[in-house]
Design a protein around this ligand. Structure first.
Ligand SMILES: *[C@@H]1O[C@H](CO)[C@@H](O)[C@H](O)[C@H]1NC(C)=O
Ligand SMILES: *[C@@H]1O[C@H](CO)[C@@H](O)[C@H](O)[C@H]1NC(C)=O
Length: 156
């Protein structure tokens, strides 16, 4: 019985960990594939709430599509049809890679984390965010992208 319970718990835990990822969509403006997994902390079903003047954390898992040496994150927020480049303040995406050093080999499994600080000047808005990683050695060609609805809110 104890074994069965432990076994059930392991299955449950695995399932639970699996469903903890955020339900994101394919980008519409940027032609690039989805990551294997996107986990925006505390958000399973978007719209994801990000608090103004604080930091939202996102974790991505992806397979490097080719050799990559110089990469950068980029984000465009679309608010009522207007596209606004979102300032990310991380010119080198390699600093966010947690499981392996750069450069990345083709086919390599990569875990990347990005902490997005929402500047205090931002108003409470709803936006569609397209977050991508760009290859700086190929004229900023995006090699990965996801789209998610965000709601910027004042901290409670
Ligand atoms: C999107 O990217 C793929 C692979 O890089 C390419 O084959 C395709 O032509 C691109 N589509 C558009 C609309 O640019
Ligand atoms: C932003 O947060 C910091 C501390 O976390 C606080 O000191 C500051 O007053 C806040 N700024 C605004 C505009 O709310």
């Amino acid at each position: 019985m104890k074994t069965l319970l432990t076994y059930s718990f392991v299955i449950f835990a695995a399932f639970f960990v699996h469903v903890q990822t955020t339900q994101v969509d394919q980008c519409q403006k940027i032609n690039a594939t989805l990551p294997l997994e996107v986990d925006i902390v505390n958000c399973i079903v978007p719209s994801c709430v990000f608090y103004i003047n604080s930091t939202g954390v996102m974790n991505l898992k992806f397979i490097a599509p080719r050799y990559l040496e110089n990469i950068a994150p980029a984000a465009v927020a679309s608010v009522q049809g207007l596209n606004i480049p979102y300032p990310l303040g991380q010119p080198d995406a390699c600093v966010g890679i947690t499981n392996t050093p750069c450069p990345l080999a083709e086919g390599e499994y990569v875990e990347y984390t990005y902490s997005m600080f929402v500047l205090p000047m931002f108003p409470e808005i709803d936006a569609e965010l397209e977050f991508s990683l760009q290859d700086l050695d190929r004229d900023k060609e995006p090699f990965l992208c996801f789209r998610v609805a965000l709601s910027l809110r004042k901290p409670k």
